[in-house]
Design a protein around this ligand. Sequence first.
Ligand SMILES: [Zn+2]
Ligand SMILES: [Zn+2]
Ligand SMILES: [Zn+2]
Length: 132
Amino acid sequence: MTARRNTWQKEAVRSALGREDGFVSAQSLHSSLRDAGSAVGLATVYRALADLEETGEADALRQDGESLYRACTPGKHHHHLICRSCGKTVEITADEVEDWARAVAARNGFTQPEHVVDVFGLCAECTARRAG
Ligand SMILES: [Zn+2]
Ligand SMILES: [Zn+2]
Ligand SMILES: [Zn+2]
């Protein structure tokens, strides 16, 4: 990776994103950085998030014309459980899905299969909140 002048700012954005439970917008990440006393400009936050997305360290979701980001573990294939109410995200591995994807590709003569499988639902806290 090439060294950049704004490395510490990107680092600050990366760790702020890692502290979030799920998807956040650049604006809300920017305000939590500012609340924490970090002098990172909004434009820098946008740029850092785009960089992190490019390197696989963040996932992006476009919603109502706005980009939402969450921290993601790069390099190791995995899936996500996403709460559709609060955005909480859990990283999961799913051997059944891997086996199925490989098998269904092979059965149809496809090689080098790739897939993206995220499961949306209500997390335990949101389910309890609704029940109560
Ligand atoms: Zn992830
Ligand atoms: Zn939730
Ligand atoms: Zn998979």
